[in-house]
Design a protein around this ligand. Structure first.
Ligand SMILES: [Zn+2]
Ligand SMILES: [Zn+2]
Length: 112
């Protein structure tokens, strides 16, 4: 039995226990890291695992801003993430909006 590397959105929906429509929306908005093959979206297993991990962190609530190091108790204050491909480091609203930071420190973002 060999596992497919890429999953269809239907398969992803089944795995997550959500509707296909929701997965499609998330894939289109880029929330779920999907690649487009022709007219169809495909999600790689590795990307999906990563997405689920970040979701898990999210539901735990709160976190640390990767830029200023501020600890927030609510995820509301950490809605942004590093714009580097594949990086999901959280960036707080303060850094994002007021300081214009778009990347985590590791990827060249810095508090100006
Ligand atoms: Zn910050
Ligand atoms: Zn980053």
């Amino acid at each position: 039995m060999s596992e497919k590397e890429f999953l269809s959105l239907e398969e992803v929906a089944e795995m997550l226990g959500v509707t296909y429509q929701l997965v499609y929306k998330l894939a289109r908005s880029g929330e779920i890291p999907a690649v487009r093959l022709g007219k169809l979206y495909r999600v790689s297993r590795a990307d999906l695992a990563e997405y689920l991990e970040s979701k898990k962190r999210e539901t735990q609530g709160g976190g640390t801003c990767s830029v200023c190091g501020e600890v927030y108790r609510s995820r509301q204050s950490l809605q942004h993430v590093c714009q580097e491909d594949g990086c999901n480091e959280a960036i707080c609203n303060d850094c994002w909006t007021r300081r214009g930071v778009r990347k985590c420190i590791e990827h060249g973002g810095a508090v100006k």
